[in-house]
Design a protein around this ligand. Structure first.
Ligand code: ZN
Length: 340
């Protein structure tokens, strides 16, 4: 028999569910609240508490809201072991404008990335409003959780993948918490790509705290693409099965593109010349070093740059960071995220 589960003022009884909004602060009118939506499904039987974290970036939100809605309807608190805590839309301010960070930061934040909820864990109770959201998520949810999944999305064109920081403050590869994280990501079932350690991202901070965690990057985030929602739901259910929260058999991802084995990021490619990008390869297609992956044209249609693959590998998304409308670039803008 489990205890009731509390997240701030929201309490789910043993064998019950709860949902609510947690207020973090207000906007500049003094009356518009900045809130975090939370739902909890608390099992009757003991087991791990799993945190499903979504919507840290406001342009990556719709698919995960829909997926978590479907998951929640399928979770029976009388049958699950442990509990699921979900935040379907962690960064509501950024969601309103489909931007990576809340737009008001452009005018008011001096601290780089203080407005990027993905880069401020474990947060700061006296920091920016985004740092305060991270602090709430960390202290009220992550601390009592045993594992976390951080749901994001890449821009279009892009391929879905599981993304893993290879540690927080230091490399975690080879440690028990890394092995558990790897098992969760493998259960999710997408192409597995790792990158360097990062203590400020939720998954990296979790590794530092001894909690297994990984990220998911789906494609087609802001449109309700059925294949994307279904694959994300299958993957999340697989993780809950792997952790013993629900019964069932782990299902292979069959409807989305998956590369075998494990891969590593290569440095992101930036544009030397500004202009309009024409992509010439598919995401996930193997490319030899030197392949032209895109051509940049100026407003008169003249090719001003050929974007070259610097090493053998693959493109995972054009453009990186799912910046809406970023398929035209200025000099220095990010053009492609790539991996080997
Ligand atoms: Zn993201």
């Amino acid at each position: 028999m489990r205890n009731p589960l509390e997240v701030g003022p929201i309490e789910a009884p043993s064998g019950g569910t709860a949902e609510g909004l947690v207020q973090i602060g207000e906007l500049a009118d003094g009356i518009t609240p900045v809130q975090v939506p939370v739902w909890i499904v608390n099992g009757k039987s003991d087991g791990p508490i799993v945190y499903l974290h979504a919507g840290a970036h406001g342009q990556e939100t719709n698919y995960s809201v829909e997926m978590l809605h479907r998951l929640r309807r399928a979770l029976d608190p009388a049958r699950i072991k442990g509990a699921v805590i979900a935040v379907p839309l962690a960064n509501i301010l950024a969601h309103q404008f489909a931007t990576r960070v809340a737009p008001h930061y452009a005018a008011r934040e001096g601290i780089p990335f203080a407005g990027d909820l993905h880069k401020v864990f474990p947060g700061d109770p006296r920091g920016s409003i985004t740092q305060r959201i991270a602090h709430f998520l960390w202290t009220e949810i992550v601390r009592q959780s045993d594992a976390a999944v951080d749901l994001h999305a890449v821009g279009h064109p892009g391929m879905p993948f599981c993304f893993m920081y290879r540690g927080g403050k230091q490399e975690a590869v080879g440690t028990p918490v890394w092995d558990l994280s790897l098992a969760m990501a493998r259960a999710f079932g997408l192409t597995l790509i790792t990158t360097g350690p990062n203590p400020l991202c939720l998954a990296g901070a979790c590794l530092d705290a001894g909690k297994p965690a990984f990220m998911v990057e789906m494609a087609m985030a802001r449109v309700l693409d059925e294949t994307t929602v279904t694959a994300a739901l299958r993957g999340t259910r697989n993780v809950l099965i792997q952790l013993g929260v629900i019964d069932g058999t782990i299902e292979k991802q069959t409807d989305v593109f998956v590369l075998p084995t494990e891969h590593r990021t290569l440095p992101t490619i930036r544009a030397e010349r500004g202009g309009f990008i024409n992509f010439e390869v598919e995401c996930g297609q193997f490319l030899k070093a030197g392949t032209v992956i895109a051509r940049t044209r100026d407003v008169f249609g003249k090719v001003v740059e050929e974007i070259i693959m610097p090493a053998d590998g693959y493109v995972m998304t054009f453009p990186p960071l799912s910046w809406v409308g970023n398929q035209s670039v200025a000099t220095g803008d990010l053009v492609a995220d790539i991996f080997a």
